[in-house]
Design a protein around this ligand. Structure first.
Ligand SMILES: [Mn+2]
Length: 272
């Protein structure tokens, strides 16, 4: 459980699925700079920023070397944290191999599972969203291998040039396939929604915030509670913001923050 007391005129922000590195360096750099512009825009009123996973299309914390690239992003995170805007990182299915680099070098704690967040009177459950709810058995099996300490050790002792090559080849193939097929919205059959309903039966939350699906949408868990999927930064540049009273989905145009069109909610959104 993370507990924060709302500060006057401050907000907390949630963003996910930036997939830095995808699909190539050039396109990723455009997205990285756009995200940094957003961070610069929100830093004045941000009490805390939560990054909800798949920020990197692939990341592995080696013991002595750091994966090449995304240095502007890391520099911006360091600047924000050092200036007093705390950042918390959740791993996704693409960047689950984060260990001590972010906590030690950037003073950014890393969470591997959904966590309850109390912000004033609001109780939320936040995380990336992969492997939750029913189904997705092949991924759940893969995740067991990926999170196995021996497998992680074996990958870690590979020469990083080889390890990163394997990872990039694999990750890009999968992502391209998924993006080309198009993202399908399953409404009330969304796995994460099923998970929220189950969770809600045991522990009531006001809001459930997840990423992973790359589709911004909002579903009622019960009359008082909502599950908001915060979308992504590959196709939508959407994020969530909480002022202590409610949580809203917003969109970054590259210059300003706008409220997305109402059809974004409860609705599959074109991935362009
Ligand atoms: Mn994901």
């Amino acid at each position: 459980m993370i507990a924060l007391s709302p500060l006057p005129d401050k907000k907390i922000y949630f963003a996910s699925d930036l997939h830095l590195g995808f699909p190539n360096d050039e396109a990723s750099l455009v997205r990285e700079k756009n995200f940094i512009a957003w961070l610069d825009h929100i830093k004045e009123d941000a009490q805390h920023i939560f990054l909800l996973g798949d920020i990197f299309d692939f990341w592995f914390d080696y013991k002595y070397v750091v994966p090449r690239g995304f240095i502007r992003f890391q520099g911006k995170l360091a600047e924000l944290v050092d200036s007093g805007v705390p950042i918390t990182f959740f791993t996704g299915n693409h960047d689950m191999w984060m260990f001590d680099y972010f906590p030690e070098q950037l003073n950014i704690p890393v969470y591997y599972k959904p966590v309850e967040l109390q912000y004033g009177n609001l109780k939320m459950l936040i995380g990336h969203g992969d492997g939750l709810g029913p189904g997705d058995h092949s991924y759940k099996f893969l995740k067991k291998i990926f999170t196995n300490p021996l497998c992680q050790w074996l990958f870690g002792v590979l020469n990083p040039n080889i390890g990163m090559w394997i990872a990039h080849t694999w990750s890009k193939g999968k992502k391209h396939k998924k993006m080309n097929k198009g993202l399908k919205y399953f409404g009330e059959n969304e796995y994460i929604y099923q998970f929220c309903k189950e969770y809600h039966a045991k522990s009531l939350c006001d809001f459930y915030l997840f990423g992973h699906r790359h589709i911004p949408y909002l579903l009622q868990v019960d009359e008082q509670s909502q599950y908001l999927n915060i979308g992504d930064w590959v196709a939508h540049s959407t994020f969530a913001v909480c002022d202590g009273n409610t949580v809203k989905l917003k969109e970054w145009t590259g210059k300003e923050i706008i409220s997305p069109a109402p059809e974004t909610y409860d609705h599959p959104v074109s991935t362009k």
